[in-house]
Design a protein. Structure first.
Lengths: 554, 199
C-alpha cells in the first residue's frame, strides 16, 4: 500500500512540491545538504547541492511533469543540463567555487529511449572534456528509494492509516485540520518510551517529513499555500517536541526540522506573491462575503508572520514591498472570529510597526481589546469564543442550527487575550487608550494555559498543563501595570524556541492557543526591544543567596 | 455481527446528554448562578489573587448510571428515554448541589471567607442577626434597576423560610433593612467608581 501511495504522490508532484521530500531523502541516504530547496537567484541549473557520504560534491536538477519525457522536450532543457554539469558550484557553504563531482538529472517521469540516448550522449561528451557525466534518476528508481526511505516507519494501526488517508484524500481547498495530521505524527514519531536512540529519532523525523509531504499532496495540487505552510509548521513543531521529550542532540533531527521550516517559508513566500499580486482576495461565490473578512485576516496574518520571521532570522528585506501592499489593501477588511484570530491581529500590528506605520498597530490592538471587553463582558449575551476553537469551527457553529459548542460553553466574563492587549498598550505607555477599556477590564477573568515546558509546549493539548486565572485589581495601578507588562518570564518559552526565534511568529499560525502573555512579551521584546526578559528562578536564587549572605553577616 | 446504526445512536446519545446537562441548572436553581467554562488542557487550575497569592485546585468528578433491561432496549420511545435521562440530570444536579453546599458551608465557617453565615446565639437566627449579617457584607447591584444581584440566600428548612417570611410584616425590620440596602448601594457605587486606572 505504501508503494501505491508514494507512486500516486510522485506522479502528480511538481518540482516545487517534490524538492523538500527529495532533499529529505538525500539527507536520509547520508548526504549533507548544502543548498536547497529554497530557490536562489543564480541557480545555474542546480536545484539541490549536497556532499555525499564519500565527500563528493553532488548537484541535482529536478524536472517533474506528467507522462513520458520525450526527446523533443528534453532538448528544450539541454542548455540547462550542460550548465548543470559544466559550471562550477558557487555557494556560501563551499570555501571556494568548484566543479561538482557528480551531477544528477532527477525526474518523476520515465524517459523514452531516444531521450535516454540524449542523456547518454551528453554524458559521454562531458567525460571527454573532464566534466562529470549526467546520472539519470527516473520514476521507478525514485519510487524504490522513497519506499526504502521510510524503513520501518509506516503506520500499522488502522486509526493511523485512516488519519493519513483522511488527509491524502482531501479536496485540498479547505483548512488543513490539525487533528488528523497531529494524530498521525503522534504515532509515527517515538514520543513514548525512555530508551529511544538517536538513530531512531533521526529515522523517524526523516520518515515524518516524507509522510507530511504525501499528506499535503491535495493542498499542494491546489497550490493552497497557507495550508501547505501550516502542514510543514505542524511537522516542525512535532520534531521540536521529539527533541524536547528525549533531549536529543540537534544532529539527529535538525536536518528534518530545517527542511520543514524552509518548506513553510517557501510556501508563505508563494502566498505573499499571489496575494500581493491580486486586486483582492475574493474566491468567487454567492456567500463569499461571509468568509472574506476571515480570509483577509488569515492571509494578512500569515504574511505578517513571514515578514517578522525573516526579520528575526536576519534575512534580507525583499518582502517588505509586497507585505506593505497587501496589508494596506486588506487591513480594513480583516475580521476575526474568536480569539483564535487574535495572534494574527497582533502579527499584523507588529508587521505594520516593522514597515514604519505606528498608528495603525495601536488602532488594531485597542480595537481588539475593545471588542473583547464589550463582547465578553459578563452581561453580554454571547461571548467571543476562546482560542481553542478554530476560526472554521466558530464560523460553522454560527451558521448551523444544530447544537454546537456555542450552546455548551460560556465565554462571557473571561478572555485569553484581553490582558495581552492591555500589556501591549502598557509597554507603549498608552494610558489614555488603556483607560478607555476600564472599568469593563476589571470584570473579565484573564485565562491562560501554562503547558509543561519544554515538551508539553509543543503538544497540541498538554494533559499536564495548568489553567491560570486572574483579574486586574480594583483600582488598577498604571505604574504597576507597566512594570508587570515589561517583565516577560523567559522560562515560559522553551529554549528550543529561544534558539530559533524565527519560528516564534510562524508557530502562531498553527498553535494560536499558545499565544500567552509571555509569548507576546517575548515577541515584542525581540521585535521592538520593548520590555525585558526575566528568569524568576534565577532572581529567586539570587535573592536566596543575598538573604543567606545577610544572615551570615549577622 | 448484526447490522447497527452507530451514527444515529451516537447523535441521539450526544443530544440526550446535552439536554441533561442543560437541565441541571434548571433543576437546582442555585447552580444557574454559577458560571461555566471548559478547560481544554490539563486537569488543574490556579487562581492568582491581587495580593500575588496563588491557589491551585483540581476538579471533582460527577457520575450517574442508567440501567436498561434488554426488554426496555427493545421498546423505549424517545420520550421515555428522556424521562430516564432526566433521572441522570436530577442525580447530577443533586451531586453538584451537594458539593456546592459543602463548599458554601466551609466558606461560611471561615472568618475570612466571602460567604456570610447567619447564625443565632441560642437557636435559629433572629431579625437582628440577619440585619447584622447584612451590615457586615458587601452587596452588588444591577446598574440599571438598582436591585441587588449576584447573591442568594440559602435557608436550612421550610420552617426557617416561613419564619423569615413573617419578618416582612415587621415594619421596623423592613425599614432598617431598606436603610442598610441604601447604605450598601452607596458603598457599591463607591467601589464601582474605583474600577479605573490610577497612578
Amino acid at each position: 500500500m505504501l508503494e501505491r501511495i508514494v507512486e500516486n504522490w510522485l506522479t502528480s508532484a511538481s518540482e516545487r512540491t517534490f524538492e523538500v521530500p527529495f532533499t529529505q531523502l538525500l539527507a536520509s541516504e547520508g548526504h549533507q545538504v548544502l543548498q536547497g530547496p529554497v530557490h536562489h537567484a543564480f541557480e545555474q541549473g542546480k536545484d539541490i547541492i549536497t556532499l555525499n557520504d564519500d565527500g563528493e560534491l553532488c548537484a541535482h536538477q529536478l524536472k517533474n511533469g506528467g507522462g513520458q519525457l520525450r526527446l523533443g522536450e528534453l532538448r528544450e532543457h539541454q542548455d540547462q543540463l550542460t550548465t548543470l554539469s559544466r559550471s562550477a558550484v558557487s555557494i556560501p557553504a563551499l570555501p571556494e567555487n568548484r566543479q561538482p563531482d557528480r551531477v544528477f538529472f532527477v525526474t518523476n517521469r520515465t524517459l523514452t529511449p531516444p531521450a535516454r540516448d540524449l542523456i547518454q550522449q551528453l554524458s559521454e561528451a562531458n567525460r571527454g572534456l573532464d566534466y562529470p557525466g549526467i546520472e539519470l534518476v527516473e520514476k521507478d528508481s525514485l519510487l524504490g528509494r522513497f519506499v526504502d526511505g521510510h524503513g520501518d516507519f509506516f503506520p500499522s494501526e488502522p486509526e493511523d492509516i485512516s488519519s493519513f488517508l483522511q488527509l491524502f484524500l482531501s479536496g485540498g481547498k479547505g483548512e488543513l485540520r490539525a487533528e488528523p495530521l497531529l494524530q498521525f505524527l503522534e504515532h509515527l514519531l517515538p514520543f513514548e518510551g525512555e530508551d529511544v536512540s538517536v538513530a531512531e529519532c533521526e529515522r523517524a523525523a526523516a520518515a515524518a517529513a516524507l509522510f507530511t509531504a504525501y499528506a499535503l499532496a491535495p493542498w499542494t495540487r491546489r497550490e493552497n499555500h497557507l495550508e501547505i505552510a501550516r502542514g510543514w509548521l505542524f511537522l516542525a513543531s512535532q520534531i521540536l517536541r521529539l527533541a524536547a521529550t528525549h533531549d536529543v542532540e540537534a544532529d539527529a533531527w535538525e536536518d528534518s526540522y530545517n527542511l520543514a521550516y524552509q518548506a513553510a517559508r517557501v510556501s508563505l513566500q508563494d502566498l505573499l506573491e499571489e496575494a500581493a499580486d491580486r486586486e483582492d482576495l475574493v474566491v468567487p461565490g454567492i456567500t463569499e462575503s461571509l468568509v472574506y473578512g476571515v480570509r483577509a485576516l488569515r492571509v494578512c496574518g500569515a504574511c505578517a508572520a513571514l515578514l517578522l520571521s525573516e526579520e528575526l532570522a536576519g534575512h534580507d528585506h525583499s518582502l517588505r514591498a509586497d507585505v506593505r501592499t497587501l496589508l494596506n489593501r486588506e487591513c480594513s477588511f480583516m475580521g476575526t472570529m474568536g480569539e483564535a484570530g487574535a495572534p494574527l491581529v497582533f502579527l499584523v500590528a507588529w508587521a505594520f510597526g516593522e514597515l514604519g506605520n505606528y498608528t495603525l498597530p495601536v488602532s488594531l490592538i485597542s480595537g481588539w481589546a475593545s471588542d473583547l471587553v464589550r463582547g465578553n463582558h459578563p452581561s453580554s449575551e454571547e461571548g467571543i469564543p476562546d482560542p481553542y476553537h478554530s476560526v472554521r469551527e466558530v464560523q460553522l457553529a454560527r451558521l448551523t442550527k444544530d447544537h454546537t459548542f456555542l450552546d455548551e460553553e460560556q465565554f462571557t466574563g473571561k478572555s485569553y487575550t484581553f490582558h495581552i492587549a492591555v500589556e501591549w498598550l502598557a509597554r507603549r505607555l498608552l494610558r489614555q487608550t488603556t483607560s478607555s477599556l476600564w472599568p469593563g477590564a476589571t470584570r473579565i477573568d484573564q485565562m491562560e494555559h501554562w503547558p509543561r515546558v519544554p515538551d508539553g509546549f509543543f503538544r497540541y493539548r498538554d494533559p499536564n498543563a495548568q489553567l491560570q486565572m486572574g483579574r486586574f485589581p480594583v483600582p488598577t495601578s498604571w505604574s504597576e501595570l507597566i512594570s508587570a507588562a515589561n517583565k516577560t518570564n523567559r522560562n515560559h518559552i522553551p529554549d528550543l524556541l529561544w534558539e530559533r526565534p524565527e519560528l516564534l511568529p510562524l508557530l502562531l499560525l498553527v498553535f494560536p492557543h499558545r499565544f500567552t502573555s509571555s509569548y507576546a512579551g517575548a515577541l515584542d521584546h525581540l521585535l521592538t526591544g520593548a520590555g525585558e526578559l526575566v528568569d524568576p528562578d534565577e532572581i529567586q536564587q539570587q535573592e536566596d543567596e543575598e538573604e543567606a549572605t545577610e544572615d551570615q553577616g549577622e | 455481527m448484526l447490522p447497527d446504526y452507530p451514527e444515529v445512536k451516537r447523535k441521539a446519545e450526544q443530544d440526550l446528554m446535552k439536554w441533561a446537562q442543560k437541565a441541571v441548572p434548571k433543576l437546582e436553581p442555585i447552580l444557574a448562578n454559577i458560571g461555566r467554562f471548559r478547560q481544554h488542557e490539563g486537569t488543574e487550575w490556579a487562581i492568582h489573587y491581587a495580593d500575588e497569592d496563588k491557589e491551585v485546585r483540581g476538579y471533582e468528578e460527577f457520575k450517574s448510571e442508567i440501567e436498561l433491561t434488554r426488554q426496555e432496549q427493545r421498546v423505549l420511545s424517545i420520550h421515555r428515554l428522556k424521562e430516564i435521562v432526566a433521572t441522570v440530570a436530577n442525580d447530577l444536579a443533586r451531586q453538584q448541589s451537594k458539593l456546592m453546599m459543602s463548599r458554601i458551608q466551609a466558606e461560611a465557617e471561615d472568618p475570612e471567607g466571602v460567604i456570610t453565615g447567619i447564625t443565632g446565639e441560642d437557636g435559629p437566627p433572629t431579625k437582628d442577626d440577619f440585619l447584622e449579617a447584612m451590615r457586615n457584607r458587601d452587596f452588588t447591584f444591577n446598574p440599571e434597576t438598582g436591585e441587588p444581584e449576584g447573591q442568594f440566600l440559602i435557608v436550612p428548612s421550610e420552617e426557617a423560610a416561613m419564619r423569615m417570611k413573617e419578618w416582612e410584616d415587621d415594619e421596623e425590620f423592613m425599614k432598617e433593612r431598606e436603610r442598610i440596602m441604601d447604605e450598601k448601594r452607596r458603598e457599591w457605587r463607591a467601589r464601582e467608581n474605583r474600577r479605573k486606572l490610577v497612578d
